[in-house]
Design a protein around this ligand. Structure first.
Ligand code: UT7
Length: 332
């Protein structure tokens, strides 16, 4: 019997309409378009402004878009994984809410919390269920309302992040396409450099924690920057070496979009030219788990069946990893 591979067979997305520009951020904190463009490379990010709307609303729109594009009915879906660090509520899982909102009733679902590595960790997880032959259709939806955990008085974090969602369908293939391999890593010591101090079991929310703004994302930018540059590049280079792939063999590098300088350093280390790199940080910022599938969605029309693609991510945890896959379809 031919080997079963887990292949991405469609991409959907949803982005809120509101564009938070550098000019607007410059009125909120002491910063400038020039600083943000030079040090990060972001021009604007999307923000979910509508009252009463949450991560699941963006996630559900992305899943609906995916199901429509791929001609999949909700009843066919076997499993749904939601990669997020901004769940609607601490419990239940946002995946369950998205499944409910999209009429996915014959599946089980769960959230996967790996911050910016959430999509690649979810893809590795989905791959196991597909390769084993157990499931035929797995939906991964990466959705983040980062604006709900960002302190817009903190200039060191507020220009970085944006809201958005993207979803992929993962199905079995016996052709030479799909996920070939992945390398995923974590280092819990990294938690000290990027976390939310309060609202968990260690420090439950109180009047005091809210007053101290401890319910917002806390980041030591430089420590995260250094770890991201070395870890993401190392693991991407490792997977290329393991599979004997040269930079010319790579059609696309899809790096997590946290900082243009990290993207460029990763590409340099892999010997990959900028035109082989998917980049959309300028218009969406860092949407955490959603950056990689949003890139796939943005570049979908340029992808060809059989293209060698390297995904690479780094995020809070620390978590990081790289996936090597062959693209499964021609878009047009
Ligand atoms: O996706 C999750 C993983 N996260 C990341 O990968 C983010 C990694 N980190 C970064 O991207 C960068 O560290 C930042 C963009 C967050 C910061 O850039 P940096 O080049 O590391 O700046 P820095 O923290 O070393 O700060 C340099 C200076 C400081 O001023 P002084 O102390 O030298 O006077 C900061 O106060 O820049 C100042 N600064 C700003 N100035 C204008 C920090 N933020 C701003 C700002 N506008 N928004």
């Amino acid at each position: 019997m031919a080997n079963i591979r887990a292949a991405i067979t469609g991409v959907g997305a949803y982005l809120p309409e509101y564009r938070l520009t550098n000019e607007e951020i410059s009125k909120m904190v002491d910063t400038s378009d020039e600083w943000i463009m030079q040090r990060i490379g972001i021009k604007e990010r999307r923000i979910l402004k509508e009252e009463g709307k949450a991560t699941s609303d963006m996630g559900a729109r992305a899943v609906e878009n995916l199901l429509e594009k791929t001609g999949t009915s909700p009843e066919e879906v076997d499993m749904l994984i939601c990669a997020t660090i901004t769940p609607d509520m601490n419990l239940p899982a946002t995946a369950n809410i998205i499944a409910h909102k999209t009429n996915i009733h014959n599946a089980w679902s769960f959230d996967l919390n790996a911050a910016c590595s959430g999509f690649i960790f979810s893809l590795s997880t989905a791959t196991q269920f597909i390769e084993s032959g157990r499931y035929k259709k797995v939906v991964i939806v990466a959705a983040e309302k980062m604006s709900s955990i960002i302190n817009y008085e903190d200039r060191t974090t507020c220009p970085l992040f944006g809201d958005g969602a993207a979803a992929v369908l993962v199905e079995p293939s016996t052709e030479d396409v799909g996920v070939i391999d992945y390398i995923n890593r974590v280092d819990g010591l990294g938690r000290h450099h990027l976390h939310i101090k309060a609202g968990g079991s260690l420090k439950p929310a109180s009047e005091e924690t809210v007053k101290n703004k401890e319910h917002y994302l806390y980041q030591e930018g430089q420590a995260v920057f250094k770890a991201a540059v070395s870890s993401m590049a190392d693991v991407a280079a490792e997977i290329m070496e393991k599979h004997n792939i040269s930079s010319e063999d790579v059609a696309w590098l899809v790096p997590h979009q946290a900082n243009m300088r990290i993207i460029e350093a990763t590409a340099r280390r892999m010997g990959i030219s900028k035109k082989q790199v998917m980049i959309n940080i300028r218009k969406y910022g860092n949407t955490t788990a959603a950056t990689i599938p949003l890139c796939l969605w943005d570049y979908e029309k340029q992808l060809k069946k059989g293209d060698n693609i390297i995904l690479a991510a780094f995020g809070a945890g620390f978590t990081w990893g790289s996936t090597y896959l062959k693209w499964a379809y021609d878009s047009e």
